[in-house]
Design a protein around this ligand. Structure first.
Ligand code: PEP
Ligand code: MG
Length: 585
């Protein structure tokens, strides 16, 4: 069910902040502008007391938000608010503000505004996207203190079930709004990495962010559709649009039911070939969805993501605890821990500027240049492996040399742990991501060097076709069904298996239900995708024949055009009457 709405005049394009669909009334939320006067105080003792009262009140409010967030989102994600509380206790900031009040005899709100704005101005002037995003959180703290200095009460009463339209969301707003059963978020600013987006995703509230002008275009009470899958909103939808989205909501409802029905059934074809479906995990809370989805363990744990916002790399014990906890949750199934894939568009706790970050200091390259960080992670992974259900995988590998260097480090870590009398799985399996074309070309050699290969189509397609995976200007050139992509995947599967390695796929292509028959037909025995996509893939596998999928794959491998390939797959679905739920993930 493809729609043609993306060019309708009532569409507000943005970024998909949190998936899902909502249809409801808009509520325009604008923060009350707090005027701050440059006024004088006579009694500085009283002014300081007011300051402390306002700080205590702010702490009290944030503690309430924190305990609600702990309950709703888990401790790890709720730590955003702990960090805000810590800022309120920061002795350096407190001293600056107190000194300002005493020496300049100015109103506390004026000094608070000036001192905290100095930080946020600096953050805003930075070219670092991450810092700009964080400056909104600090602004939120500043406004909270000023509001409490003015002894105004926080207005958080909202009409139930509305869609919040606002210029920018803070994580605290997001949590408070969720108490009013908010149905969605639509904002002018904010990106995928903003805390508000992370909070919305954890709370499963659909969100479209970064629209630039939503607050100008939407009026209070307008009917809105939030399409958090495709990243746009629709103002006052036409009947056709409403029908389409109501049907989609129904489908999503059905999805929940299917999810339950298929949970305990295997992903087996009509002719009894089983495909193992595993999950890609980005945040620990997804483990619950994994369990409900009937996924068999974890095919990719993105360690650069699961620790949330990392200012520095977590230490060995913290990593050990996290990996052990997740490993025990999926036991007896296994999980593949991927070494930190930092750099590129992902977190890197160093301020480095690179002209081509995707081709730069990323993944294994960074780790081999920072052996201490790498060995800390290896030791934590080894220590967590005592249940024997952990495998270790390397990102952004481009040469056999990198694999050999890593093996050497693993051996060193094993020796150290033996000396320290710490237990680990001595036979822990090692694998590499096939996401750089050089590894695909040398699949046989890599397969002889490691235990398993996992095809990362997100990067592999980007490098094979020279198309930036995040650049919307060239998104039409990013083609999963390009014959070169299909041939390369096939080559990796065949050569990898011939050299006795397990070959699977963990890139987004595995979550594309349209691609499933081709991937299975080319011989993939396991796929790893976002846990929410698993029931859909399972449904297709359970209604197709492996033998027919093999014939389809052979035909596709003889094609020289994208269209030819997609037509053949389309025909496969039609001829075999395989129902394909809309590919919403
Ligand atoms: C990939 O590149 O396909 C992949 C799974 O890794 P990531 O999306 O984390 O780069
Ligand atoms: Mg990748």
């Amino acid at each position: 069910m493809k729609n043609n709405f993306s060019h309708s005049p009532n569409i507000i394009p943005g970024i998909s902040g949190a998936p899902g669909i909502s249809i409801s009334m808009a509520f325009l939320y604008s923060k009350e502008k707090l005027d701050v006067f440059d006024g004088a105080v006579e009694n500085t003792d009283e002014a300081i007391k007011n300051l402390h009262d306002a700080l205590d009140r702010s702490k009290h409010e944030l503690n309430k938000i924190l305990s609600y967030a702990n309950e709703k989102m888990g401790e790890k994600r709720a730590a955003i608010f702990e960090a805000q509380i810590m800022i309120l206790d920061d002795p350096v900031l407190l001293e600056l503000i107190t000194k300002g009040i005493v020496e300049e005899k100015k109103l506390p709100e004026f000094i608070v505004n000036r001192e905290i704005s100095r930080y946020t101005d600096l953050m805003n002037a930075s070219e670092e996207y991450y810092l700009k995003e964080r400056s909104h959180d600090i602004d939120d703290i500043k406004n909270r203190i000023i509001r409490n200095l003015k002894k105004k009460r926080l207005k958080s009463k909202l009409p139930e079930n509305s869609i919040i339209v606002t210029s920018n969301l803070t994580p605290a707003d997001t949590i408070l709004f969720s108490k009013s059963n908010v149905k969605g978020f639509l904002t002018d600013f904010g990106g995928l990495t903003s805390h508000a987006a992370i909070v919305a995703r954890s709370l499963k509230i659909p969100a479209v962010l970064g629209t630039h002008d939503a607050t100008k275009r939407v009026k209070d009470g307008d009917m809105l559709i939030i399409d958090g899958f495709n990243g746009y909103a629709i103002i006052n939808p036409s009947e056709e649009q409403l029908d389409y989205y109501n049907q989609k909501l129904e489908k999503l409802d059905q999805y929940d039911k299917e999810l339950l029905n298929l949970r305990d059934k295997p992903a087996v074809t009509l002719d009894k070939k089983e495909i193992i479906l595993r999950s890609n995990i980005d945040v620990p809370e997804e483990i619950e969805i994994l369990i409900q989805s009937g996924s068999k363990g974890i095919g990719l744990l993105r360690t650069e993501q699961v620790f949330g916002e990392m200012d520095t790399f977590p230490d060995e014990d913290e990593q050990f605890r996290m990996y052990s906890e997740i490993a025990s949750k999926v036991y007896p199934e296994y999980m593949i821990i991927r070494a930190f894939d930092v750099g590129g568009d992902k977190f890197l706790p160093y301020d480095i500027k690179e002209p081509n970050p995707f081709l730069g200091w990323r993944g294994i390259r960074f780790l081999l240049d920072n052996v201490e960080i790498f060995e800390t992670q290896i030791r934590a992974v080894l220590r967590a492996s005592i249940l024997k259900n952990i495998k270790f995988m390397l990102p952004m590998v481009s040469s056999i040399h990198e694999v050999r260097l890593t093996k050497h480090l693993i051996q060193n870590c094993k020796e150290e742990l033996k000396k320290a009398k710490k237990k680990f799985d001595n036979h822990i399996k090692l694998g590499v991501m096939v996401e750089i074309p050089s590894v695909a070309v040398m699949a046989k050699e890599f397969a002889s060097e490691v235990d398993f290969l996992s095809i990362g189509t997100n990067d592999l397609i980007q490098f094979l076709l020279a198309v930036d995976r995040g650049n919307e200007n060239v998104s039409l050139q990013y083609q999963e069904f390009h014959p070169a992509v299909v041939k390369t995947i096939n080559h990796v599967i065949k050569d990898g298996k011939q050299a006795n390695a397990i070959v699977s796929m963990c890139g987004e292509m595995a979550a594309n239900t349209f691609a499933v028959p081709l991937l299975v037909g080319m011989g993939l025995d396991s796929l790893s995708t976002s846990p929410a996509a698993i029931p859909y893939i399972k449904k297709i596998i359970r209604s197709m024949s492996y033998e027919k999928a093999r014939i389809l794959a052979d035909e596709c491998l003889n094609c020289v055009g994208i269209e030819q390939i997609t037509q053949k797959i389309d025909k496969f679905f039609k001829d075999n009457q395989i129902e394909r739920s809309q590919n919403i993930f």
